[in-house]
Design a protein around this ligand. Structure first.
Ligand code: GLN
Length: 455
């Protein structure tokens, strides 16, 4: 990642990024650009460099920020109507840390509204297009961020991953995408989706760049009580001996090109490492568990959008109930409403035990199954998703088929584990393929280092 110095001016770096962002406007990557403020920050960095003053580790580096991180740059819309005009009074910890090191946000990126989705088609502002094939989805929910990096508009972008929203769009656009161990980066100031699985992470073109971003942004934060005490920068090096593969993930529902990519990487790895086949029978319930637990948390987190405190408020309402009902009905996208309804259903008194409670129990079994697996191997390699990028519109009328695309990405979110999407070649039609490397909790730094073996 090039940082500003005596020969590379920050202003030029920002100008180039903005020009590229405009050149690719038809991909619909950004919800807003941040030209004036970005250039002003760049001028300040150039001035410091000229005067010999110290600058940060990301001085002048342009980045794209998923539109669910609160900060004063533009409105934080979460690609929704309900927050379309929301100007945040606070800055998320993640953005603050990046900006303290001199990184400059050039714009906010498009996403599925409130991060609900796997294609960025659920955005109130319309879908983002895939970097490799304009007629295909970018993946989601952090589709805009993935395409911004893939098309070299910026060297890195932020994302959030609740059930695959960094790894899946990374793999659909041929770049790296990292979801850290739950609690590694503060969620303070990030629009909440499902608080027990939400993670902040990054898109970039190399594991080293991601490592640098992790070194900067990890750490405990008194504003997010789920953050872990600093382990990332104190991680001891570990030698890797065994790579696990999950038996059930190799089946005829997975695209042949993805199965081939797995085989190629495994045969490459088998020269140096022992490959261990893992029997993980509980993982087949992970998708069902995810689509109970996550909507339950969504229904609770989204209750704050009531048309009273902030965001969109419907006109012409005649009672308080009417304000709530109409603001929410008009302000949320269909997928947001579907999840609120599922969440309320699984939490309602007659169904709580049968759905929510049972799902949380199975979640514990999934966590235990991973713990057992990591006694047999150091890392696990799996596909990110069963298929490469699908066509725009192909799954919009069939939410269940959209959910099924998440079958390989959600299990590790339930267990809080780190996962890295790694580029793994292309299909014969030029679509990107991706695999993911999964490690035990807090193995993040070693995992990123080890991933270089798969380049
Ligand atoms: N595709 C998953 C979902 O729709 C994951 C979303 C995410 O990670 N934000 O729930």
């Amino acid at each position: 990642m090039q940082i500003a110095d005596k020969t590379h001016s920050a202003v030029n770096m920002i100008k180039t990024a903005l020009e590229r962002a405009k050149k690719y406007a038809r991909y619909h990557i950004f919800t807003s650009l941040n030209e004036e403020a970005a250039l002003k920050k760049a001028e300040e960095i150039d001035r410091k460099i000229k005067n010999g003053e110290s600058v940060g580790h990301l001085a002048g580096v342009p980045y794209a920020c998923k539109d669910n991180f609160l900060s004063p740059e533009g409105n934080t819309t979460a690609s929704s109507k309900i927050l379309e005009s929301f100007a945040s009074p606070i800055t998320s910890t993640a953005v603050k840390k990046l900006e303290q090191e001199g990184a400059i946000m050039i714009g906010r990126t498009n996403m599925d509204s409130f991060a609900h989705g796997s294609s960025t088609e659920n955005s109130y502002f319309g879908p983002t297009h895939n970097a490799k094939d304009f007629d295909r989805v970018a993946g989601g929910s952090s589709g805009g961020s993935a395409v911004a990096v893939s098309l070299d508009i910026v060297p890195f972008a932020t994302g959030t991953d609740t059930g695959g929203s960094i790894r899946q769009p990374a793999s659909f656009n041929g770049i790296y995408g990292f979801k850290p161990t739950y609690g590694t980066i503060s969620r303070y100031g990030v629009v909440a989706m499902a608080s027990s699985t939400d993670c902040v992470g990054f898109f970039a073109k190399t594991p080293d760049d991601i490592n640098l971003l992790m070194e900067i942004s990890n750490g405990q934060d008194s504003y997010d009580l789920t953050t872990l005490p600093d382990y990332y920068n104190n991680t001891e090096e570990k030698t890797t001996k065994k790579i696990g593969v999950i038996k059930d993930f190799d089946n005829d529902k997975v695209a042949p090109e993805i199965r081939t990519a797995m085989k190629t990487k495994l045969s490459q790895l088998s020269k140096k490492y022992e490959i261990v086949e893992l029997d993980m029978p509980t993982l087949k319930y992970a998708l069902a568990v995810y689509y109970i637990v996550v909507p339950a948390e969504i229904s609770s987190n989204l209750s704050r959008h009531d048309g009273i405190r902030y965001g969109f408020r419907a006109d012409d309402c005649h009672s308080l109930d009417d304000v709530y009902r109409q603001s929410r009905s008009l302000g949320f996208m269909p997928e947001n409403k579907r999840r609120i309804m599922i969440g309320n259903f699984v939490l309602s008194s007659g169904f709580y035990d049968a759905y929510y409670l049972k799902a949380e129990k199975v979640r514990t079994l999934i966590i235990q199954e991973y713990e057992k697996a990591f006694k047999q191997c150091d890392y696990i390699l799996t596909p990110v998703s069963p298929n490469p990028a699908f066509r725009l519109g192909e799954k919009t009328d069939d939410p269940v088929s959209m959910y099924l695309e998440d079958i390989m990405s959600v299990p590790l979110n339930l267990a809080g584990l780190p996962g890295l999407a790694i580029p793994a070649g292309e299909t014969k039609d030029g679509l990107s393929l991706g695999l993911q490397l999964i490690g035990p909790r807090r193995s993040d730094k070693n995992l990123l280092e080890f991933s270089k073996e798969l380049e």
